[in-house]
Write a protein of this length. Structure first.
Length: 355
């Protein structure tokens, strides 16, 4: 089979880590007899430099006519002082919206080989943890009305959080289905003691949950959830939450896995076409040095194989290669604690050898 993948390398370490992932995909293609064709498009700061805006129409069209999309990262200090609507990050929000990717899956699990990297006490993570964060991705405060106005105290800025019942229902359904396939436990995270959107969220999640009697659903306030994630992460199976809470909690979850350089993500909508990217950013401080950890991006490709192409064996082949590279003690700089480490290209070679 031939698969057309739009490649949005982006800024900072984006080109290095996507280059790794493309090489791993090509090796998987060779092994299993598939052709993965990557077509590059500009996004983020590099697009601003070329055209004056972060998300060119050709990029949107390229993504919409592809079978799937791989993204590196966008942004950097060079573009940090631009106005909000032409910042690199705006392109990321734009492409998520244009592709109608309302679901963001962010798995966070503790690799046995990386137990020592987890900042939590040993007894807390003795049994490991394996969490799937289901983050709503095209609604909430990220996409609500915003602006500047004259307020009671003079000039003020505002952003608004709005969630329709429909948006909550569809993300709840994905989360419930995910929980049904996994441990049967769903925690819905909100701030229902303060926010009206959260009260509708909570009510709607429970309504949809009636269709899934096999899933145990509980609610948790987001401040408590932030605490519980470090107190006892093993209590979580699937988490469902809003766009902004999911953004924050997934970074927190990544830290307890040892490194943010390990966490992949899949953004999905109503079709098989998804957008796959590491949850970390463009790390401008280490860009171009060949020391970034490409594993989150490589694992994002494994998610693509599974969710967009239904290639389960191929996906597992990548996941298991990464497992064995870590078991064998190979580490990139972020996980080496000052000891010897492999470069981005070297660890990529190791993963390819293990496929
Ligand atoms: C993420 C990022 C983005 C987000 C930014 C870069 C817009 O932090 O994917 O988690 O907040 O969604
Ligand atoms: Mn984030």
């Amino acid at each position: 089979m031939k698969y057309n993948i739009a490649l949005l390398a982006g800024d900072g370490i984006g080109p290095e880590i996507t280059d790794s992932a493309v090489r791993v995909m090509q090796a998987v293609g060779k092994k299993f007899g598939h052709e993965f064709i990557f077509t590059p498009y500009d996004i983020g700061g590099c697009a601003i430099d070329k055209y004056g805006y972060p998300l060119p129409e050709a990029t949107v069209e390229g993504c919409l006519s592809s079978d799937s999309v791989l993204l590196g990262a966008v942004g950097g200090p060079k573009w940090d002082t631009l106005p909000g609507d032409i910042r690199p990050e705006k392109a990321l929000l734009g492409i998520r919206a244009a592709m109608e990717l309302f679901t963001n899956l962010r798995p966070a699990k503790l690799y046995p080989a990386l137990k020592g990297d987890c900042p939590l006490r040993e007894d807390i993570v003795a049994g490991g943890f394996d969490i799937m964060i289901v983050r709503e991705l095209t609604g909430g405060i990220y996409f609500g009305e915003r602006g500047m106005r004259e307020g009671k105290w003079g000039l003020e800025a505002y952003d608004t959080e709005a969630y329709s019942k429909m948006e909550i229902e569809r993300i709840a359904r994905v989360a419930l289905q995910t929980a049904k396939k996994r441990g049967g436990k769903l925690t819905s995270i909100d701030k229902a003691n303060v926010l009206e959107t959260s009260r509708l969220w909570r009510k709607t999640v429970h309504e949809v949950a009636e269709e899934y009697p096999e899933v145990t659903v509980s609610d948790m306030l987001v401040d408590n959830a932030a605490m519980q994630l470090v107190r006892n992460p093993a209590q979580f199976d699937v988490i469902v939450t809003s766009n902004m809470f999911g953004d924050i909690l997934s970074d927190e979850a990544s830290q307890i896995t040892g490194s943010i350089g390990m966490l992949p993500s899949a953004s999905l909508g109503a079709t098989k076409r998804g957008l796959y990217e590491p949850i970390h950013g463009s790390a401008p401080d280490i860009a171009g040095k060949n020391i970034a950890n490409p594993i989150a991006t490589v694992l994002s490709c494994a998610m693509m194989l599974l969710y967009s192409f239904d290639l389960r064996e191929e996906s597992e082949c990548i996941v298991s290669a990464v497992d064995r590279v870590l078991e064998a003690g190979y580490r990139t700089a972020d996980l080496a604690h000052g000891k010897d480490f492999l470069t981005t290209t070297e660890i990529t070679e190791k993963i390819i050898e293990m496929l």
